[in-house]
Design a protein around this ligand. Structure first.
Ligand code: UDP
Length: 253
């Protein structure tokens, strides 16, 4: 059976930290190559990506700008990143479509569920942009919703320099403990900083497993796409015998 996965990449994942540019061609090429490797290993794998925009603008970090307007700016930033990622995919010969939650018809298709499923069926990588198209949300929440809608088996949360969910900030506390698996309510009640609470709650309400992993390790992204690694933390419901309960929406066009 076809397997769908949704990879959430923050804006930081494509940021050119040391250089002058807002996006790093190297990082975009890396993610693209990783997706290509996974698709080669599992030809029926359907991949969707949700890109953030934090490397350019985060609405709540623009003091003095009306929050709704600032969030619109943030959503536009995600479209910029999505176009850069699509360009990298085009160069690598990977067929992709940008689908935006915010209308931007000159550069991206609008998100329509049936059309998205058709792209996946045709083995196109979907790059989701524009978040949900509404302010006061984040691309984490948009990723949780789209993953649920398209029937993804798992939501992969790519992190830089953090290889999972810890009991406290591992950069500040030497006694921080890493979880191999953890349930949604524990993430929320312990206020663990993984993704925003709305996103975690949406995943919980729809039994969408979230795999948090560090992209720095070699082939980390392709291994995560292929479900071949446990070097991270799985946020999920599990049965007493350790079976992960997942989102079992069948793939439909
Ligand atoms: N945003 C929004 N609604 C959405 C998704 C995103 O208003 O549904 C805005 C918000 O300002 C957010 C910015 O877009 O801060 C960039 O997205 P995000 O912060 O999630 O990017 P990331 O942290 O993943 O790079």
């Amino acid at each position: 059976m076809d397997r769908i996965v949704l990879l959430k990449m923050s804006g930081e994942a494509v940021a050119d930290i040391e250089g002058e540019s807002i996006v790093s061609a190297e990082r975009l090429d890396y993610f693209t190559a990783q997706i290509a490797i996974a698709r080669k290993a599992e030809p029926d794998l359907k991949v969707a990506v949700m890109v953030g925009g934090g490397n350019i603008i985060r609405g709540k970090m623009l003091p003095g700008v009306n929050r709704t307007k600032a969030d619109h700016m943030g959503m536009l930033a995600t479209i910029i990143n999505a176009l850069a990622l699509q360009d990298a995919m085009t160069r690598a010969g990977l067929d992709s479509r940008v689908m935006s939650g915010m209308e931007a018809p000159m550069v991206a298709e609008s998100y329509i569920y049936g059309r998205a499923m058709r792209h996946l069926a045709k083995n196109r990588v979907i790059i989701f942009a524009g978040g949900l198209g509404s302010p006061f949300f984040t691309t984490d929440t948009a990723a949780a919703l789209r993953a649920t809608e398209i029937g993804a088996q798992v939501l992969l949360l790519a992190k830089f320099g953090t290889d999972g969910v810890y009991s406290k900030d591992p950069r500040r506390f030497a006694d921080a403990v890493k979880f191999e698996t953890i349930d949604y309510d524990s993430v929320m009640s312990q206020n663990l900083q993984v993704m925003d609470a709305t996103a975690v709650a949406l995943c919980r309400d729809n039994s969408m497993p979230i795999f948090v992993f560090d992209v720095s390790a070699e082939n980390a992204v392709s291994e995560a796409l292929l479900g071949r690694t446990d070097a991270g933390t799985l946020i999920c419901f599990s049965t007493a015998d350790g079976q992960v309960l997942g989102n079992d929406q069948p793939m439909r066009e």
